[in-house]
Design a protein. Sequence first.
Length: 193
Amino acid sequence: MKRLYTLRRRLFAPLVYLAALFLIFEEWLWDVGARLMAKLATFPPLRGLERIICSLGPSAAMAVFLLPALMLFPVKLLALFAMARGHAFMGISVFVLAKVAGAAAVARLYALTRPSLLRLRWFAWLHGRFMDVKERWIARLKATAAWRECRALVDAVRGRLRRWRAGWRRGRFAARPMRVLRRFSAFWRMRRR
């Protein structure tokens, strides 16, 4: 019995980690989308629309919350159709763009409609269960050595990018392309002689 449990755990472990990574990516998209939509919400007509959405009842809030998913479903189907017809790059690009736009819209709508949605008993129950499962999976993933190594790698790359951007802003690297061009032209002048 213990061998069967160990085998099952080893077979399903990659799926659990894949699901957790997908949730982390989705959470990142959610955060970026929420920030982007919050900046867009400063536009006066959108401010009025947000006030209307915040004042909706639970049923209307659910309809508004599901609207982006329903509107983007045909776009995603067309992207899959394009991929099936041999236009893989276009199909993948449209699919990713629809995913990012949908995540941004849903993130903002969720922030606006959450108080109304949580008044629905079944939604509050599902929301609580989903958040518990998600937190458990993410905690399980963060407990692994692979997560710590990947996190250290991502942090190192971010640090390098920050230092590189700061160098460009201070003008430290601005002279480098001209220096390379001067060396290249000097090299070719020497070769011609």
